[in-house]
Design a protein around this ligand. Structure first.
Ligand SMILES: [Fe+2]
Ligand SMILES: [Fe+2]
Length: 310
């Protein structure tokens, strides 16, 4: 290997930054994800496109395998019986990486409107589209899990009513705050979060990781949404504009209960060895969040981001 690249690795292991902090890598993946998930026309240069896809998929899988290794040991402790797996999973709400982060009470009580605008911009740019991720996750899922994923998807779709769709609600907040989420101005960890979810959704080897990570979002989103809602209300952002966070502060509590009972319990009952993959996906998603919160605190508070200015 002329440049010190190890076999099976795309990037040199010792010199590269942690993938969550590697803006060049994450921006490249985010731009590629935007293109590859969009509907496209047939191409006459499909062989060249396939070669390019091979390079990008290798980058993606290398990134995911690196971050997966960091969670492997903890994920292996996940119980393989449904009755024990669900409480183990629910405990991540307290004990998972990034949970109870000091960022959120600070947003609720202290952040300025400009700081909240920046926060929403970062969060929106890293958003991979929960609805599409659920749709991808349900392919060939066992019946009980598939039905719950369908109910969850239907809620994302406003139960068939455009005004109730969740994705456009976030877009409405982005418009009301007049922010422009862009890959170039989004921090590496925020891009990494979206890229991780897309990697899980598009690679069938990570199908259980996708279901674990999506269930983890339902489990942990309400606490954060309450704080973000409080911040937006304090800053007099209209109820209509902040509806996305008001809604998820409440609805995801129900989504999470149903997801754990219907999706996790049925998958672990049928495929006990999937427990560790569900757990790994959830822990990887938690670590993505924790790295975002850390980066946001550094940006807002300066220095190492550990102490808010008085
Ligand atoms: Fe939602
Ligand atoms: Fe939800």
């Amino acid at each position: 290997m002329p440049d010190g690249t190890l076999p099976g690795r795309v990037r040199p292991a010792l010199t590269a930054p942690h993938p969550h902090q590697d803006h060049e890598l994450q921006a490249k993946l985010a731009a590629w994800n935007r293109v590859r998930l969009a509907p496209q026309a047939p191409r006459s240069d499909w062989r060249a496109a396939l070669d390019e896809e091979h390079v990008m998929r290798a980058l993606e899988i290398d990134f995911i395998e690196t971050t997966r290794m960091a969670q492997r040991a903890r994920a292996q402790t996940a119980p393989r019986e449904p009755a024990a797996f669900v409480p183990w999973f629910e405990d991540l709400k307290q004990s998972g990486p990034g949970q109870g982060d000091a960022l959120f009470p600070w947003l609720a009580e202290r952040a300025t409107l400009d700081e909240m605008r920046w926060f929403v911009e970062q969060e929106a740019a890293g958003e991979a589209g929960f609805d599409d991720l659920v749709a991808m996750a349900q392919v060939k899922a066992p019946v009980q899990a598939k039905l719950e994923l369908a109910r969850n998807y239907w809620d994302e779709m406003g139960r068939g009513n455009a005004k109730g769709m969740h994705g456009p609600m976030l877009e409405a907040l982005v418009r009301a705050l007049r922010v422009t989420p862009m890959i170039e101005t989004t921090l590496a960890p925020s891009l990494a979060l979206g890229n991780t979810m897309v990697a899980f959704g598009t690679n069938r080897n990570y199908a259980y990781h996708a279901i674990g990570a999506l269930g983890l979002i339902e489990l942990t989103a309400p606490t954060r949404a309450v704080h973000v809602s409080d911040a937006l209300r304090r800053l007099k952002v209209s109820a209509k504009a902040r509806h996305y966070f008001d809604l998820h502060a409440v609805l995801d509590v129900k989504h999470s209960e149903a997801w754990n009972r219907e999706v996790f319990a049925s998958i672990v009952a049928e495929t006990p060895e999937a427990a560790r993959w569900l757990a790994e996906g959830a822990l990887m998603r938690l670590q993505c969040g924790a790295d975002c919160f850390d980066a946001y605190r550094r940006r807002f508070w300066g220095g190492d981001g550990r102490t808010a200015p008085a």
